[in-house]
Design a protein. Sequence first.
Length: 610
Amino acid sequence: MVSTDVERADEFLQFCMYLWSSPIVAVFSIFLLYRLVGWSALVAVAALSTTLPLNALVMRRMMRLRRRLETTTDARVKATNEFFSGIRIAKFMAWEPRFIASIEAKRDIELQYLKGVQVCRVLTSFINDATPPVMIAVVLLLYHLLGHELTPEIVFPAISLLAIIRMPFMMIPTVFTSAVQFLVSMARISAFLDCENSPRSVMDIRSYNTAQRASAGSWCEMAAVFENTDITALVPVKLPRLTRASLSLTARLMRRFCCCDACRPEKKGQSPAQFHEPQQPPPNSPTTPTTTGSNNINEKKRRAKEVLAEDRFELLPKNILRAVSIEIPKGKLTVIIGPTGSGKTTLFAGLLGEYEVTHGRVWATRSIAYVPQQPWIMNATLRENVLFFAPEDPKRLQETVRACQLESDLKLLAGGMQTEIGEKGINLSGGQKARVSLARAVYADRELYLLDDPLSALDAHVGERIVADVLLGQLACRTRILATHQLQVLSRADYVVLMGDGAVRFAGRREEFMGSPVYKEVVAQDARQQQHQEKEVREEEGDGVLDGAPVLDNGAPPGAGSPGRAKGAMMTSEEKAVGSVLWSTYVTYFRACGGVSVVVIVLIIFFLPR
């Protein structure tokens, strides 16, 4: 809507003046031409009127091709981005040919649509450029055949008037097309702006605390509350695809029980196999491609159809959290545990308002800092990643860096806090990314902290220091909700929530949890998992710098770097060629245009009118 509809509205404002100026110019020009050449002027009007529907047909065709081109371009760009995003896995698994084949197939279809768009543009230019000379010639010829003499006083004013008439007839279709698009776009924008504001799924916790004090007289404030809450999400479900065997069975059943003409091949004199199966040309028929070029084209088309034959999905509602009732006390450490997929991350998403609450109510404070399970690192310096556009307080920044165990990393990194971090934190280890994300949240200084398993990417001793210095230190007076699989953190918790299969199995104080049978069950299950897991050394999820070396530039020692690169920076000065364009560049361009023959034809067409 922002990129398309608003642009169309701006486009119409540039052309709207032609709505009143073009008809006036056309009427006066036709009147003056009629006074000059008489009834011969009607030929010009008829010729220009004929070009209007032709241009409309070509423009309509070009718009359809343009929409298909945009869809295909999006698919190609998406496939390219997916390839480069997972380039490491693609290299490891030697999947480059498959990715490249998929991208090339989408590119082939994109080029077909692009070729169609260019053909439409050529036709439009041909009609607009060829009409004036033909129109001038026909008008003057008819004027001469009617017995009038062609004099400079007649010819040159007639040519000028015909050129003036041409512009309104060219602009009127464009203006009306732009006006229609403008009305459609404004209707879409108005419908969007007239929509009612969706109610917030998360209410302010202050209203809940006020109501509790008024009704029960309780002065124990809460930071977040779930009250018999159901959270529903639309989950994509893959639709079944019919196989050839199921299609054959369906065809046999239709022939047996259906009475329509289409399923009774005896009326057509065909066998059932001939009627229901596509006819394939014989091997030596003229329609069968025999040349290598034809085979390559057909192979590309077949491959493109296979690539673009994406699976179809249906969005169905699913309760991902059911009957959740939790009260998170303010200023306490709440630990959420549970197996993978039990709903811990969904619980955080519900507090953030990212899911629709279909039943019950949710309250939370408006001041929240969220540390996701997959840290988000932006392409900026380490300092900018921690500050995250907040005003800098040197003392608080230093305390945050120390508490999040980043001081040792700053000594290793070439530029310290000014070290540039690559896209998605490519030059940081998993533990470093987790601690940078945690430092960003700590520096933000919020009332409620949602920590989605940040300890899983840290070594045991680093995790212990994070718990002591951050959760129990710098954030001791804040409300902290920690989702984790590490049961040793339970001894530091004030409140424990046990999730299981999208529901709350236990919610209460730590002492109550450790004295319940559920705790023994959780400990036993954790012990069984520990026995079945093999001890693996974390290569990328450790706490050291990538590959254990204090480097950023492909193994270069600190301070060393390529020319033009600042210390700790990843971006270098742009390299560009200086001087004249090489002849090899022109040769490559001519070959891409179609070779010598195409270039010669274009040059002949260009110089022939001269």
